[in-house]
Structures are given as C-alpha cells and as structure tokens.
Design a protein around this ligand. Sequence first.
Ligand code: UD1
Ligand code: UDP
Length: 383
Amino acid sequence: MSKIKVMTIFGTRPEAIKMAPLALELARRPEIDALCCVTAQHREMLDSVLNIFQLRPDYDLNIMQPRQTLSTITSKCLLGMDDVLDEAKPDLVLVHGDTSTTFAGALAAFYHQVPVGHVEAGLRTYDKYSPFPEEMNRKMVGAIADLHFCPTTANRDNLARENITKGVFLTGNTVIDALQTTVVKEFTFAEDVLNQLDYEKQKVILVTCHRRENYGQPMEDIMSALAHIARTHPEAELVYPVHLSPVVQECAHRHLDGIANVHLIPPLNVEEMHNLMARCYMVMTDSGGLQEEAPALGKPVLVLRKETERPEAVAAGTVKLAGVSYNDIVALAEELLCDPAAYEKMAHAVNPYGDGQACRRIADAIEWHFGLRSQPPEPFSGT
Ligand code: UD1
Ligand code: UDP
C-alpha cells in the first residue's frame, strides 16, 4: 500500500511551536509521507521556530505584510493554498488552533475536498468577539474538520455540545511535548540582560501582550498598570519580549520606555522563552500558549483578558483571570508580589493540558483512521 500523504499547514509563531513536534513525529512514521506548508502569516517569528526545530517546509506562501488585515491574510492564504493543494494532493491536511491561517487552510482543503484534521480542537469562550477573530475561526474549522484532536475533556465536551462526536480524539496539547524538549538546567540567553538578572533574589515578572481584542483602551490600561507596578515595586524586574506587531510595539514603548526595572526586548526564540519562564517569579500575559506552559512549570499566571478558553489551570489554582482594567491588574499583581501565602497558593506545577504524548497520539489516531493500526490511541487522562 502506498504511504498516506499528510500535510501540516501553519503560519504564526504559536502554531509553529505546537505543530513542529507533530510534523517531526509524522516524518518519523514509515507509513506517512509528511509534507509541511507554511503561509508565513508571521515571517521572523515563524522562522525563529523553524530554526529551533530544524524544520524545512516543502511550501512557503510568504504572505506577511506590515499591519496586515484579517481579509488580506485570509484571501492570500486561500489563493496560495490552491496551487499547493493541486500539486501536492494530500490525503489529509492538518491545521492548528484558531488563527487566520488555520481557517483559510481548512477552507482551502475543503474546497479541494481534502479531509481536515484540527489540532487543538474544541476550545471555546462562546463569545464571538472574544478572542477576536479566534473564537469564530476555531468554530468554523470545527464545522469543516473530519478529525478533531482535543487537548482536554472540557474541549471534547464543547464539541459534543455542538454534536461533533465522530473522529474526536483526546490527546493532550502538543505544546507540552514541545516544552519537554526545550527547558534545561543550565541556559545562557542571547540577551545579556537576562543573564544578569538574579532569578532567586529578584522577582522577575515575564510579560507578553498582543491580542487584537486588547488593541485600544484595554492595551492602554494594561500598559499603564504595568508601568505603575514597576515604578512602585523596585524589587520586581519586568521582562517583556514585545510582539513585532507595530500596534503593540508603539503602545508598549510609549508607556514603558525609560523605566529602569522594565526590560523591553525583541521576541525571544522558543528555547529562550521556555527557559525564562522556568526561571521567572510569575507571568502576566494575554497569550494562549503561555497560559498552558506556565502552569506546567509551576508559575502563577495573571491573564490580561476578560475571559479564557483555557479554564483548566484556573480551576487548578495556578491561573487567575485578571481582566483588562487598571485597578484589577495592579491589585492582583501586588497581592502576588507582597503576600507570600497568596503566591504559594498559586505556585504549584499542574499539567491539565498534556503529558508530552500528544504528538504520538495524534499520529497514531491518523494511522488508525487510515486503517494502518488496529486500535485507536489511548485517551490523554490528565494529571
Ligand atoms: C496572530 C493570530 C493570533 C495569534 C498571534 C500569535 C490571527 C488573526 N491572529 O495575531 O491568533 O495569537 O498571531 O502571535 O491569525 N509581524 C512582523 N513579524 C512577524 C510577525 C508579525 O512584523 O514575524 C507584524 C506584521 O506587521 C503583521 C503584524 O505583526 O502585520 C500582525 O501580525 P498578525 O499575524 O496579523 O496578527 P497577530 O496579532 O500576530
Ligand atoms: N513565545 C516565544 N517568544 C516570545 C513570546 C512567546 O517563543 O517572545 C512562545 C510562547 O512560549 C508560546 C507561544 O510563543 O509557546 C505563544 O505565542 P503567542 O503568545 O504569540 O500566541 P498565542 O498563544 O496567544 O496564540
């Protein structure tokens, strides 16, 4: 029997971090012909991940533009995928999560009548505009997909509520697979300021913020709150690798430049990010990925958003939803900086999102779906 041709499609930093270990796992399977197509919705931030995982895409649509709009990303991906799918003729396309690349990749595959597998399926807030446009992207991909790889039981239950019960696999999140390969005991950072920090004595707060629904007043308030926290807590050191979006760059530098204990640095590569996270005191973020990684490393997280589609670590006590108001963010950060009991309550490692076996389960599920294996993979049981 000929090999099954499986094409991974991704375009942004977080998709790459979560798909790279899967692409490598598929490439190791003798029965699978693994192909990789990147849209390059992100350019530098994508290439950084490809370099770390030494992944060389077969196709690169190179679509990124400064200040790109949702329509330009979606239409350029869709048109670019036409030629790729015509040429490669995959048996299955895999997309990840909820970006514009994810949606356009799934739609393009559907137009070519190629089956779609959705990695990181079933996350929901049930608020169409939050996160925007991600909530609708993942719902629309859920409607198109034939195989759904859910990180958690809550994600699987969300799909069941939408009557999606066939082709659903409980796998854990592939980001935990990635995390197991990156965090090491001895690590030297490329940014010297990160080597000079004393992670035992100083309270290093790792910050990221980039979401489109936070553009405007929410982001203004978040940055003002960060500036206030830094100015009133000299024992804290805020490290903020700033996303390359010009909107985010402008807002972050306007509020935070010139504060001695705030370090605005370029985006970190994923090894640096994971090793910084493993050493920091706490995390303040609106990122989805950081909400999954930091709990696994036992770091308290304040989420700079009004809602989250990742309630598992909130239930486990490691993550708090801080919201986007100045007063709430300042109050919660001060509690973690000043109250050791409150800090200890949150600082414990939990692994609701995976056990490092997600890629193996997804590859096994694909082989089972195509009749190459007699049993489906055992479901991720949570820890
Ligand atoms: C995208 C995803 C979001 C995800 C985020 C991860 C959509 C709609 N949004 O949002 O779900 O959380 O990626 O980071 O798919 N830029 C560069 N170089 C890069 C990357 C970005 O210069 O390597 C700049 C460009 O000016 C680009 C802008 O950032 O136009 C915004 O990038 P875009 O992918 O449109 O949005 P994100 O906010 O990154
Ligand atoms: N990340 C990184 N360098 C950075 C910021 C984030 O490698 O400077 C990693 C982070 O560890 C996580 C992923 O990027 O794995 C999250 O991406 P992002 O926050 O851009 O997107 P989201 O997860 O919110 O979609």
